[in-house]
Design a protein around this ligand. Sequence first.
Ligand code: SF4
Length: 68
Amino acid sequence: MAGDVEYPSRVMCPLIDEMLSAGDCVAVTDITDGFIKERVLQDRFKEKENWREICEHCENRKYADDEA
Ligand code: SF4
């Protein structure tokens, strides 16, 4: 079923400056939002000091939120 937003299979993640699968992006946003414990998040996503704010304001969230 087609939605309003085309859902890419991979997105450029500013936390790691690499392409990330859309599924992993959704998982990281669940951690950022507090639904999953932060300690399961790989350290590479937390290397930037303000990683949580970066993720909270990331434009790729529109894809993750669209799936909710
Ligand atoms: S929403 Fe978060 S996990 Fe997804 S690409 Fe952006 S910074 Fe990375």
